[in-house]
Design a binder for this molecule. Sequence first.
Ligand SMILES: Nc1ncnc2c1ncn2[C@@H]1O[C@H](COP(=O)(O)OP(=O)(O)OP(=O)(O)O)[C@@H](O)[C@H]1O
Ligand SMILES: [Mg+2]
Length: 348
Amino acid sequence: MPLAFDNGQVHGDERRYMAAAIEAHDLRRVFGDNEAVAGVDLAVKSGEIYGFLGPNGAGKSTMVKMLCTLLSPTSGRASVGGYDVATQAGDIRLRIGVALQDSSIDGKQSGREMLHLQGELYGLSKPDIAQRMDDVIGLVDIGAAIDDRVESYSGGMKRRLDLAMALIHKPQILFLDEPTTGLDPASRTAVWNEVRKLNSEEGMTIFLTTQYLEEADELADRVGIIAGGKLEVEGTPVALKQAIGKDLIVAEVDGDIAAASHQLRGIVGVDDLDVRKNELTVSTANGAAVIADVAVALKSSGATVRSLTLRTPTLDDVFLQVTGAHLAESHAVAADESANAEQKGATR
Ligand SMILES: Nc1ncnc2c1ncn2[C@@H]1O[C@H](COP(=O)(O)OP(=O)(O)OP(=O)(O)O)[C@@H](O)[C@H]1O
Ligand SMILES: [Mg+2]
């Protein structure tokens, strides 16, 4: 594939169309001795929804900020819309919309006033602003609250106004950094629907970060799993899950876990066993064929079976396979680390 950077033969718009919507080559960002993004390569096609999935502190926001030209890379290269983040930031900013994770909309202005101001900042004409405001207000469905002060908005409404502001200039490429973290299920579903609509009706390329595997699974054409600043694995959700190539049987049991584990390991067809507290997860090529043996083995071990489920792999199983931890456990580790760091900071 021709790269945006080394294709010296082509210029202007022609060059832009040849390039992927977003490309990164060995992109790195270091903070002190912490490599937040540690050499990421990726290419997002035009019109694609790309899900960047990873736990707290994985480097998602750092990646987004570099791609949006808000933070300089320490090394490596990236292009957005065919323009280089290091040398063509102005061209990129005109073509992208950004809803950052930590943007805090607040104050006495109404949503409508904030949208208007955003349109002016992008240099849109008055009639264009009026038209675009109608479009985006309709799209993100804020309703009559658009004329209320934003300080009165719920978290979900602020997120949706943030999204509307990112869309006012009709960007080609939209960056959403954890658009649904902290939202209730209804608001989350509303954001998902908006993202799908923007992609299918406007053909917008969307780069979305998330800590939620269901979100990546539901929305993304392709998912990249990031942990510790590194892109560990990438593919369509279906392909990633299929690559595990196993069925999973999950048993929640009370009693002698060691005895139950021993019995399960003895079953023909059990390829692997993961034991976490009172949850035993069997990997097998054919779950339907093995589940009866699992039930019998658990019974003969003397354990009380609270639930027994046969399921296909999720993106969390993919995450477990590539990083050795569940996504939720990585959250806990990252939270502990940041709590420790805060404590250290406090004693310094
Ligand atoms: N401005 C900064 N100064 C110093 N360290 C930073 C800075 N921004 C991020 N980091 C560190 O870089 C690493 C990656 O942070 P980043 O915010 O990119 O992660 P994230 O995947 O977005 O996490 P979260 O899901 O919590 O938002 C973390 O270790 C973080 O502490
Ligand atoms: Mg973040």
